[in-house]
Design a protein around this ligand. Structure first.
Ligand code: CO
Length: 208
């Protein structure tokens, strides 16, 4: 890859944006008020804005290996706090994807060094849903299902945060679980019953 092209591409992109509005960058410089916080995988095939057809200023993005929301991850927790409490987004999305290398690695018995601690969170998802997953004989199907269950559990982790609980109570913020199918390009809504989970876990995780 010739990185000079990146700067040429940037010049062409500036021209395209200015063709839509002469004040495009002046407007962008004024600040941001995105409606959506997107938490996705770092996988190079899964872009955030592109697959949703959104542009600069429309979505606050956090990405890490296997789209995890860990309560001990200062980075993810800071993003959630900032986007939910300060930017006041109305929707938080956890978007996983089929063929996720992080999820696949967690299904294998291998010592992956510093990644072990990170992937342990996905192994915990497997443990919680062991009965359902072990009943699936087709390996691909099991892998896809773990991707979906991981999204669901990360949504539950979001609901455990005080910021999300407070924003739900104050302005009806919603949490969504999606999966991107890299084989077809399709975005699938897992239709996570956010309010049901909220009710279930508030008994134990009520913070606000
Ligand atoms: Co991935």
């Amino acid at each position: 890859m010739n990185l000079d092209n990146v700067f040429k591409n940037n010049e062409a992109w500036i021209k395209r944006q200015l063709a839509t509005s002469e004040t495009y960058f002046d407007d962008l410089g004024k600040g941001q008020s995105p409606e959506l916080l997107y938490i996705g995988c770092s996988d190079s095939r899964v872009t955030a804005e592109d697959l949703m057809g959104l542009g600069p200023g429309e979505v606050f993005v956090h990405r890490n290996i296997a789209n995890m929301v860990s309560g001990t991850d200062f980075n993810a927790m800071s993003v959630v706090e900032y986007a939910v409490t300060h930017l006041k987004v109305n929707h938080v999305v956890v978007c996983g994807h089929y063929a996720c290398g992080g999820v696949k690695a967690a299904m294998q018995s291998a010592d992956l060094g510093v990644l072990n601690g990170w992937l342990r969170n996905i192994r915990d998802v497997y443990r919680i849903h062991k009965d359902e997953l072990n009943a699936i004989t087709d390996e691909e199907e099991k892998y896809d299902r773990l991707v979906e269950l991981n999204v669901k559990e990360q949504c539950v982790n979001l609901i455990k945060t005080a910021a999300v609980q407070k924003a739900y109570r104050d302005r009806g913020l919603k949490v969504h679980g999606w999966v991107f199918d890299v084989h077809t390009g399709k975005l699938i809504d897992l239709k996570i019953d956010f309010e049901k989970y909220l009710k279930d876990i508030m008994e134990i995780y009520h913070l606000d």
